[in-house]
Ligand binder design. Structure first.
Ligand code: MG
Ligand code: MG
Length: 279
């Protein structure tokens, strides 16, 4: 069931979004060679506490045979795609790709956003890796820009996928974007592949997380023994970017946009990360 949000609810979600945007900026400054993913999580827990926000992921999704998620962040390194568990034994090195996924609840509503940072800066990796990260990010923004009233869900999916196809990246299929609201994961599913003009119509008040995951190799994934960490089946690198976007009468509003990104991408397209940035 798709739950539409009122303008007042979207304003609450925008507050949760700003908490997550700021958290990602703090974490971006903290990512460096020698830092452990556990240290990033401790910093995140402190930031969320001081913002009076509740972490979305901590305690999430325990099942028989799988512990509830034990941290405030998912930290996934290199061939890990999503859902990596922060650890004092994972120390970042120059040239690593660190994917940080964060969610927060403010006044009962979630916001959800993920980034891929290159540890040690862009010069620490090859052009091939820089391009993977840039194209995954531009795929995200292509999807967000299509989150408009009158479009269909397939327009978002196809726009995302079009940024993977020219380079032959594997587009992850088992894990997809989703509605966001009082629950972290609501309907509809938002796949990162699809056909324009297909799927449900996008209506005012729909709030979704768009989150492309592109792999240098195939789209296939596997889950590590911890029951959480998802990695590429072939061991190749993966990039993941995510924002929470509200479909409004005024266009797509990116609730988790950071200060160097547009909250309203259709109004400031010059700020939208483009595939041409990394050639
Ligand atoms: Mg997320
Ligand atoms: Mg998500």
């Amino acid at each position: 069931m798709i739950v539409r949000k009122s303008p007042a609810e979207i304003e609450i979600m925008a507050r949760a979004g700003r908490v997550i945007a700021h958290l990602h900026e703090v974490l971006r400054d903290a990512v460096a060679p020698g830092v452990t993913t556990r240290q990033l999580d401790e910093l995140s827990a402190r930031e969320l506490r001081s913002a009076k926000a509740v972490p979305s992921f901590l305690g999430y999704g325990g099942t028989p045979g799988r512990i509830p998620f034990p941290a405030t962040l998912c930290t996934s390194v290199n061939d890990q795609i999503v859902h990596g568990i922060p650890s004092s034994e994972v120390t970042l090195r120059a040239g690593d790709l660190i994917k940080i996924d964060a969610g927060a609840i403010v006044d009962g509503y979630h916001a959800d956003s993920a980034v891929t940072w290159i540890v040690g800066g862009e010069d620490a990796v090859s052009e091939e890796v820089r391009r993977l990260v840039a194209r995954t990010r531009s795929g995200l923004w292509a999807g967000l820009s299509n989150a408009a009233v009158g479009n269909r869900l397939g327009d978002i999916s196809a726009a995302v996928e079009s940024h993977a196809a020219p380079s032959g990246y594997g587009v992850v299929r088992e894990y997809v974007g989703h509605g966001v609201g009082r629950s972290l994961h609501e309907d509809p599913h938002v796949p990162n592949y699809g056909r324009p003009g297909r799927g449900p119509k996008l209506v005012e008040g729909l709030v979704i997380a768009v989150e492309p995951m592109f792999n240098l190799g195939t789209h296939e994934t596997r889950v590590e023994a911890d029951g959480w960490t998802v990695t590429t089946a072939d061991g190749t690198l993966s990039s993941h970017w995510e924002h929470t976007v509200a479909i409004t009468a005024d266009g797509p509003r990116v609730l988790t946009a950071r200060s160097d990104e547009p909250e309203w991408p259709l109004r400031s397209p010059e700020l939208v990360p483009s595939a041409s940035v990394a050639g």
